[in-house]
Write a protein that binds this ligand. Structure first.
Ligand SMILES: Cc1ncc(COP(=O)(O)O)c(C=O)c1O
Length: 427
């Protein structure tokens, strides 16, 4: 009995009052937390409040999820990843601190990927120019902080990846939007903006851009690189979808650069596994040193286990065959969604069929309130992302971004019907 009372007392369920007896404690009333002091203490935010994009909404059971930015698990090399993680956990790296710039073998692999496509006469980057980072999102923040800086102008494609907009805003840089079309941005616009603003960096996605899926033409690539060189500026090339080509292969501009104008980002998140969070920045000279210092201040180094596992996956013979199958699967899924839209949602148009990447950029009829449409779709159990989040300034029209890689094939075929119905409700 005494033992039981002692236990209940230690759990706070009963209390003993000496000389009176032992009583059941009243259940404490949870008090709503008063955090209003933080508002006074922090003041108004300098960056946008909606830190999380609608792409981060949790998936709803039974809903068709086309809103997220990631492929479904059956498009990942699951067997290779699990085996690689098991091997890494048994190896030396499981208990070691890795170098700040990354495991040398992984640095060499990333550098080799660029060197393999470099034309004769261009000196490719070396392993030393590679900084391994925990996902390219953190690289964007470091690059904007280290190479642009608070208040300074940054040229950026419009539309572009919402996470780059967020990183730029957090870094306090001033955005200079450059409209981009099916061949990429107009090099004259880039030239004019560099001259007018004195900007020293242009953030762009030349291959399979998120959200539009477009790939720059070779002429655009050369002309933009020339403009950047002429102005002593950097091209921050985000090659996020390097492994996600469908009809085309990526043509990274970094292959054409041997004097440090291109700061190159390559991520393995979408093609190896979102759980590994391994990416790289390739940069040369003082720019590399500044980015490295920023990374060291922020996170010191990337887990060696994750780096070793990522390297293991991409150096297995199965990796190349996985990429071949992935290409076919992406094509099938993209075309299923396209067909479904054409048949059931003729009100929308896809101005450009993406030759790679994970998304369709869908133009809605003029006057559509895309936020209202997103809500209506959600009621009808279809999750989509409103295009507004991809614009650095006012949206040039109403759009949706639809990810064709996250939902199973049969759901993609049904998605157009739901979207068509939702559009009829809101228009
Ligand atoms: C264009 C682009 N850049 C960077 C990222 C961030 O990728 P990571 O997962 O490597 O941080 C994403 C993620 O969706 C993206 O779409």
């Amino acid at each position: 009995m005494q033992k039981a009372i002692r236990q209940l007392t230690s759990l706070g369920l009963v209390e003993s009052r000496p000389g009176v007896g032992t009583f059941v404690r009243a259940a404490p009333q949870p008090r709503p937390a008063d955090l209003s002091w933080q508002t006074a203490s922090l003041g108004a935010p300098q960056a946008r409040l909606s830190v999380l994009s609608s792409t981060h909404r949790a998936a709803v059971p039974d809903a068709i999820a086309l809103h997220s930015g990631y492929p479904s698990q059956d498009l990942l090399p699951g067997r290779l990843v699990r085996a690689a993680l098991a091997r890494a956990s048994r190896s030396e790296v499981a208990l070691a601190r890795s170098p700040v710039a990354g495991l040398p073998d992984l640095q060499a692999w990333f550098a080799g990927q660029v060197a393999a496509g470099a034309p004769v006469g261009v000196t490719p980057p070396s392993a030393r120019d590679v900084l391994v980072i925990a996902g390219s999102q953190s690289g964007l923040s470091s690059i904007f902080r280290a190479l642009v800086g608070r208040g300074a102008p940054l040229l950026i494609e419009s539309p572009t990846y919402w996470g780059a907009l967020l990183a730029a805003e957090q870094a306090g840089v001033t955005l200079v939007p450059i409209p981009t079309g099916p061949d990429g941005p107009d090099p004259d616009d880039v030239e004019r903006a560099l001259s007018a603003t004195g900007a020293r960096a242009f953030y762009a996605q030349p291959s399979f851009a998120n959200p539009t899926g477009t790939q720059w033409s070779p002429q655009t690539s050369r002309a933009v690189l020339d403009a950047v060189r002429a102005h002593g500026a950097f091209l921050v090339e985000d090659d996020w979808a390097h492994d996600l080509g469908i009809e085309a292969d990526p043509q990274p501009l970094v292959r054409l650069d041997d004097d440090g104008h291109v700061i190159y980002l390559r991520s393995l998140t979408k093609s190896v596994s979102p759980a590994l969070r391994v990416a790289a920045v390739i940069a040369r000279g003082p720019a590399r040193a500044r980015i490295l210092a920023d990374r060291a201040a922020e996170s010191m180094y990337v887990s060696g286990v994750l780096q070793a596992a990522a390297l293991d996956v991409v150096t297995q013979p199965g990796w190349r065959s996985h990429l071949r199958v992935l290409r076919q699967n992406l094509r099938t899924r993209r075309d299923l969604l396209l067909d479904s839209l054409r048949e059931h949602a003729p009100q929308v148009s896809v101005e450009h069929v993406p030759p790679g990447g994970l998304n369709l950029w869908v133009r809605l009829p003029d006057g559509t309130d895309s936020d209202q449409l997103v809500r209506e779709c959600e009621v009808q159990r279809l999750l989509v992302a409103p295009g507004n989040e991809w614009f650095p300034a006012e949206p040039s029209g109403p759009y949706l971004r639809l990810n064709y890689s996250a939902a199973p094939a049969e759901q993609l075929s049904a998605a157009g019907e739901v979207l068509g119905r939702a559009l009829r409700t809101v228009l």
